[in-house]
Design a protein around this ligand. Sequence first.
Ligand code: ATP
Ligand code: MG
Length: 603
Amino acid sequence: MERPRAHYRDLLARYLTPQWRRAVALALLLFTVTGLQLLNPLIIRRFIDQAMGGSAADTLAVIAAAFMVVAIATQAVSVAATYLSEQVGWTATNLLRRDLTMHCLRLDMPFHATHTAGELIERIDGDVTALANFFSQFVIRVLGSGLLLLGVLALTFREDARIGLALGAFVLVAAAVLSRIHSFGVPYVTADREAAARLFGFIEERLAGADDIRANGAGPHAMRGYYQSGRAAFRSARKAAVVNAGLVSATMLLLMLGYALALALGAYLYRAGEITLGTVYLLFQYTELLRRPLMQVTQQLREFQQAGAGAVRVRQLLDIPAAVPDRAGEPLPDGALTVAFDDVSFAYDDEGPVLSDISFRVEAGSVLGVLGRTGSGKTTLTRLLLRLYDPTSGTIRLGDIDTRAAGVAGLRQRVGVVTQDIQLFQATVRENLTLFDSGIPDDHIIRVLTDLGLDGWLASLAGGLDTELEPAAGGLSAGEAQLLAFARVFLRDPGLVILDEASSRLDPATERLIERAVGLLLSGRTGIIIAHRLATVQRVDHILILEDGRIAEQGTRRALAADPRSRFSGLPRAESGGAVTARGDAGDETDPRPLLLVGDEGA
Ligand code: ATP
Ligand code: MG
């Protein structure tokens, strides 16, 4: 494990410096609490000695009243100190949570492909909560306890040097032993948190895939996995708890030795007539006062270790750089964008290239249809355009600007995508369409929905644009979800539209709406369509057929359709509205008829 100390210093500096005023106030309150705690046993000693000496009841009553006032004041000030320390802690860690969340959102697909959402939740929430305890309680408890320890030792020393020395020696021995036995517990705590993170990751993944699990009858299998992770988490939690209980008992035993020492010493000195009964009480009370700081320091040391592991993980997460660095870059030109791939190759990992030597050009305003079997690299091609990944070699130009030189945010603003699976958020229709951009006026949204033929749907919603949608497209038909995704792109008015067509079949009415929407979307814009429907293929100017990540064929649709030897013309003829699959092996075609696209003037 890395040294947590440097990470703490770093995090403390970054998140506590803005609150230094509160920190100073907190320190003052801590001083006050400590002083009051030390004062009260002195008052009681006075009371005992006066009572033994036969003082008047009035004097005793005044001392008792003073005791009450100090006791109440101690409580009041410690409540204030606790409040302030929680406030400091939560303010700091909420900022940290915010930064972590933003960082995770900024990290790109390679990162999210290897980290489950559950794991990130545990990082952002679990680890940061441990840090919150550290920020708020560690400071108040450890600093406060340290002050109290020093105060007790100083006062006892003033009372009687021998007693002071004895208590001092006890504190040193106890602290050494306690810190030694507590480092013993750390690996168990770390293992416990890691097992919990794995369990969360597992649950999250299964819940996200609940539909598929149900549909495939994989429930028992998922549950078996759950039991395994749960059992592992339980075992490590139990181990950590047992070790912890052992450590607490050892601590208690040690403290009892301290009481015994104080009582024996007090009895001896009282017998010898060197101290009063009140001082014996004071000695005992001060030893009792040592108990809390010693316990708390050790408890806090444990939490410090927990937070230490968290601090390391949090720092590591913050230090992961985005694979696609997001610098401000050249803005892309307005209007329809040309797209040019120049000898582009790309690999996700060291499994070998997914795209090789891809070169093509789409003029501004024209539409390219990409065909290819499943797994041939069509979706990957569109991810490169969005800079979800950068190519391994070669260059991609949008509007004659190298995508690497264009800022990520600016680029994504100018490129609109409709993907195969549409992500809706648990938010209003309006927010789902504008993606939380409150600058888009309602009448604009309504106009777009009307253009797309969704006005009937909108009218059927009780709350109109304010209706809450369920996440993951729940309650919407596949066609409606697609049309909403179109509306999103419309509202952003991009210069390039990428359409990764869903291959699912829709009813003819929705099909017509989608066709119309595609037409509207493409007018005045450059388009790249991964087409699964005949009707969509008809719309494109150019065709590009991918095969195992290479371009197997490209050309204008008319030329390819007219050339009987082309793969495109050899595509199996599907029923109208059916799916198009690039077979690419025209030689052993089951359906030898060339694909005659309905209404294709070139054929
Ligand atoms: P489909 O028609 O099924 O949508 P596709 O042509 O869009 O297929 P891609 O999704 O681009 O195919 O995938 C191309 C290849 O890259 C496949 O072999 C796939 O396994 C691999 N691949 C896709 N995404 C990743 C990823 N995130 N990490 C690693 N490999 C990936
Ligand atoms: Mg795909």
